[in-house]
Design a protein around this ligand. Structure first.
Ligand SMILES: Nc1ncnc2c1ncn2[C@@H]1O[C@H](COP(=O)(O)OP(=O)(O)OP(=O)(O)O)[C@@H](O)[C@H]1O
Length: 300
């Protein structure tokens, strides 16, 4: 998938502002950003559901706008739960999609099981819970074994169990060779699943790379928390005094914490002092990168 110079305006608002990015075949790609960043608008343009004001997108080598029949059978788009066929049960929804894509009805049963909705086959879509409807919409997008799957916040309304199961499912789909592009607010999800992520804000790509690259580029200090009672603040200061690492000693709940960009010699000193029991080491994560880039103020 290649997006090049994509722009979308809503009146004076530039929702997507000259975005260029490419996603490789077989990649798991995440689009992250605060509320209103332009993620959904960008995804819909990539999917061919929305026309850009400027720029182009190709998916599997074909332009996504104007819509191309040849592309539709090869991509899977998770639609909003509100766009289910009216008054059909979960099973009927899926069987309808199977019929549309020329797949046997047995595929519907298979997919219901895959997303853990086998018990809900006879329940009308509008009677499903938010999380169940979300899983049904994902199943609908997978009916035809698409080569590229687009998902807009797929795990937003899911409980932790359903979220983990869906992560397993998406990972399996990706491992079988499908490209997956999703938007998410969950940094944990992005860090767990995505090969690369783009962080979007104000319609622009602020950073793009693997989660590990982005975290490394942040050059954030590591926090070493000692178990309560292991070392006092003064004891810790005395211990790290001779160590060649800038260490800030803080009180961390009942214990002492050492904050440094050079954890190795600090850990070695702690080991020599037999102070490793119960120790926790916490580095920066994708959420720190996200907040450093997009700020902490509330978004509309
Ligand atoms: N149809 C529309 N008409 C006018 N403005 C729109 C329309 N759709 C989106 N916008 C505006 O464009 C901007 C980007 O919206 P978009 O839904 O793409 O953001 P998002 O990153 O997906 O946000 P969220 O995380 O809240 O879902 C927002 O300021 C939004 O209010």
């Amino acid at each position: 998938m290649v997006a090049s110079g994509v722009v979308k305006r809503y009146g004076p608002l530039v929702a997507v502002d000259d975005v260029s990015l490419s996603v490789r075949r077989g990649e798991f790609f995440g689009i992250l950003g605060p509320n209103g960043a332009g993620k959904t608008t960008l995804l819909e343009i990539i999917e061919g559901l929305r026309k850009p004001d400027a720029g182009t997108v190709t998916v599997l080598g074909l332009p996504s706008w104007p819509r191309d029949q040849r592309l539709l059978g090869r991509i899977g788009v998770q639609l909003q739960a509100s766009s289910f066929f009216e008054r059909l049960t979960a099973g009927e929804q899926l069987r309808t999609f199977c019929a549309l894509y020329g797949r046997p009805a047995s595929r519907a049963t298979e997919l219901l099981e895959l997303v853990g909705l086998q018990d809900k086959a006879g329940v009308r879509a509008e009677k499903l819970s938010g999380g169940q409807a979300q899983r049904l919409s994902i199943a609908c997008a997978l009916v035809h074994d698409p080569e590229v799957v687009f998902l807009d916040e797929p795990t937003g309304a899911l409980d932790p169990q359903a979220r983990r199961n869906l992560w397993d499912l998406l990972r399996a789909i990706n491992t079988r060779g499908a490209t997956v592009v999703l938007t998410t607010h969950s940094m944990e999800e992005a860090q767990t699943l995505c090969d690369r992520v783009a962080i979007l804000d104000g319609g622009r790509v602020l950073q793009l790379g693997t989660p590990a690259e982005l975290i490394r580029a942040l050059d954030a200090p590591v926090r070493i928390s000692l178990a309560p009672g292991v070392l006092s603040g003064d004891g810790a200061r005395e211990l790290v005094g001779p160590v060649d690492a800038e260490v800030v000693v803080e009180q961390d709940g009942a214990g002492t914490a050492l904050v440094t960009r050079r954890p190795a010699p600090v850990l070695a000193a702690l080991a020599r002092a037999d102070a490793l029991t119960g120790l926790q080491v916490q580095g920066a994560n994708l959420e720190d990168v996200f907040l450093a880039l997009t700020g902490r103020e509330y978004r509309a």
